[in-house]
Design a protein around this ligand. Structure first.
Ligand code: MSP
Length: 537
């Protein structure tokens, strides 16, 4: 078999994807959570100097979208066009998401290739015609097994409900085409065993292994009771099942069957970021589809936990009423990007609370980080006329700070860049910020400044150089998470002028002590994290 995503080498891109989101409604905090995580991960790798490809997009076919469009009295295509242009793309732009491409499943570059892929499988004998009857959840766009369902209560008493959507399932009976998924169970188990990191976190991996060990059923891959989908090429009365259509975006968007060079240089994904609700599709069906075609398998499927509201997964029907834009207009885009990754351990569920966000903003961003940046710039201004002095009298205290930065770089690089432990990586950087604050408190540069002897001035210069050089490292390390703030800090340190663009600073070199040159023009830039206004009513 060809190399998997974890074995890709050479000129190939570090390829990360988000799920392609259903456009039945505008994006909410849950969708933004996965997309920001992917943006931080890819910015981190870009800042290592790697070639990166970050893909997001929208899933536009299927019954769910069709019904929403009908309810709004427009065609499904018109509905999708409006939502994509007016809600989805603008939010990603607003949140500073640096995706390299945005795929829509209604685009011809996608639909043509989906037909090719499915036709190929049909020609290889991987697809056959059969009948199926079973409970279907339109919210999940998935046939359920009777054992998956829960009993309804109240208005749904006596009915069987989808455990995720808590809505009654529909009994469907159809003549469909089937993919021989059941034959792939043993090969999948072998693959999971040989690639223990393929599914993360561990709990997700265990769930999938257990599921596959029970034995897989063949997968219905076409529908004939509605027509909003990609027609089955050899039998156009059927449309291709929306999940088969959707999963293929990861191949069609990078040139499958159209641009071999692009495809070879990008595919397969190193990391598919998903929510745990769509784990089986990505770790069972998708790899089996690729195996059937002889294509290489992805490096990792990493499931994030759910943002919860009132003990339930945040979804269209139980939103907090808080839109991402409500939070960014209060806290700012950078703080928004930082908060969810900082507060929730990636992979675990977590709840959003306005109070928790405010408290962390004030103590960690405004006080620890923002104040440090403004104090250091103010002192270089006051004592050295804004020209960064040279450090000539370094001692144990300075060496401890230098080591602290090197440690923060190594820890953050491993945690964010490799382990997708965003919380752990951010904490390592903020521990260093705390260390620098402690250093300044202990060294009391405002007292040293009163000592006008050459030794006193050399000491003062060393303290302020140490603090400013530390901030140079922090700006580089936080650039993936909070790019606007890092840029402001970078400019206030005079680093843009003396070292060039922040994006060109390699993260692995961020701990190289002495990078910021003496003589850099330090200015007191804009406040990084302004005091919060009153919470809106
Ligand atoms: N269209 C499919 C995915 C196809 S991928 C080939 C789909 N779309 S969705 O709009 O329902 O988005 C699902 C994804 O959005 C989740 O997997 C997750 O990444 C994100 N989230 C949606 N709600 C979420 C929470 N409440 N919490 C965390 N992530 C959430 O499924």
């Amino acid at each position: 078999m060809a190399a998997t995503g974890s074995e890709k080498q050479g000129a190939t891109a570090y390829y990360v994807s988000t799920p392609i989101y259903y456009v039945n409604d505008a994006p909410h905090l849950g969708h933004a959570y996965t997309t920001v995580a992917g943006d931080v991960l890819t910015r981190w790798h870009r800042q290592r100097g790697e070639k990166v490809w970050y893909l997001t997009g929208t899933d536009e076919h299927g019954q769910k979208i069709m019904r929403t469009a009908e309810a709004n009295d427009v065609t499904p295509q018109a509905w999708c066009d409006k939502l994509v242009e007016e809600a989805w793309k603008p939010l990603w732009e607003h949140l500073n998401i640096a995706n390299d491409d945005f795929i829509r499943t209604t685009e011809k570059r996608h639909t043509d290739r989906v037909q090719d892929f499915v036709q190929d499988l049909y020609d290889k004998g991987e697809i056959y015609k059969g009948g199926y009857e079973g409970p279907y959840c339109v919210g999940c766009e998935e046939y359920k097994l009777p054992g998956d369902l829960i009993d309804g209560e109240g208005e749904f008493a006596g009915q069987k409900l989808c455990p995720i959507h808590k809505k009654p399932v529909e009994l469907l009976k159809e003549e469909n085409y089937f993919f021989k998924l059941s034959e792939y169970g043993p090969k999948l188990l072998e693959f999971y065993a040989a690639n223990p990191d393929f599914i993360q976190p561990e709990s997700a991996r265990n769930e999938v292994v257990n599921f596959v060990e029970q034995g897989l059923q063949d997968l219905s891959i076409s529908r004939s009771t509605f027509d909003w989908g990609v027609p089955v090429p050899w039998d156009p009365k059927h449309v291709i099942y929306v999940w088969v259509d959707a999963l293929l975006n990861y191949a069609t968007a990078v040139g499958y069957g159209a641009n071999q060079e692009k495809f070879d240089g990008t595919f397969p994904a190193n990391v598919h970021l998903i929510g745990k609700d769509i784990l089986r599709f990505h770790s069972v069906i998708w790899p089996a589809m690729l195996m059937a075609q002889g294509l290489p398998l992805p490096g990792k499927v990493v499931a994030n936990g759910w943002l919860m509201v009132g003990g339930e997964k945040m979804s269209k029907s139980n939103l907090t009423g808080i839109k991402p834009q409500d939070l960014t207009s209060h806290f700012g885009v950078d703080a928004y990007r930082w908060y969810f990754l900082r507060a929730i351990s990636y992979g675990s569920d977590g709840s959003f609370s306005w109070e928790d966000f405010s408290a962390r903003y004030t103590s960690e961003l405004a006080n620890d980080y923002g104040n440090l940046a403004s104090r250091v710039a103010a002192m270089v201004g006051k004592y050295f006329g804004g020209s960064l002095p040279e450090a000539t009298a370094a001692g144990d205290a300075e060496r401890a700070v230098q080591e602290g930065l090197a440690k923060a770089v190594a820890t953050a690089d491993a945690k964010i860049g490799e382990e997708l432990d965003f919380q752990g990586g951010i904490l390592a950087i903020f521990d260093f910020v705390k260390q620098v604050n402690g250093y300044i408190t202990e060294q009391e540069p405002w007292k040293v400044a009163k000592d006008t002897t050459p030794e006193g001035q050399a000491r003062l210069a060393t303290i302020l150089y140490t603090a400013a050089e530390s901030l140079r490292g922090v700006a580089v390390l936080l650039n993936a998470v909070m790019p606007e703030t890092s840029q402001k800090l970078w400019e206030s340190l005079g680093a843009e002028e003396s070292l060039g663009a922040l994006a060109d600073q390699k993260v692995q070199d961020a701990g190289a002590w002495g990078t910021l040159p003496a003589g850099a023009t330090v200015t007191k830039g804009a406040v990084l994290f302004p005091r919060l206004e009153e919470k809106p009513a």
